[in-house]
Design a protein around this ligand. Structure first.
Ligand SMILES: [Zn+2]
Length: 83
């Protein structure tokens, strides 16, 4: 299990449940990753070992909300920056 950072983007190696390939997954929001191979979104599930699951409706709603929060946070931060 390798975790490393490219800038502020978290990427991990894992097996994608969509294409069943060992691939690089990019964090989109906490616990959710996007496969760089097929572009599908997955949920990281930790239970002794780490697995990546396909999303259900709830997961998709959660991601949508998280993304909106992130965007608002970013706007706030940008607003505070003085240049
Ligand atoms: Zn995939």
């Amino acid at each position: 299990m390798k975790t490393f950072k490219i800038g502020y983007i978290d990427t991990v190696h894992g097996e994608c449940p969509h294409c069943n390939e060992e691939t690089l997954l990019v964090a989109i929001v906490t616990d959710f990753y996007k496969c760089t191979l097929c572009g599908e979104e997955t949920r990281q599930y930790v239970n002794g070992s780490i697995k990546y699951l396909k999303l259900d409706e709830r997961d998709r709603e959660f991601i949508q909300k998280e993304k909106e929060v992130d965007e608002k946070e970013l706007e706030k931060k940008d607003g505070k920056k003085e240049r």
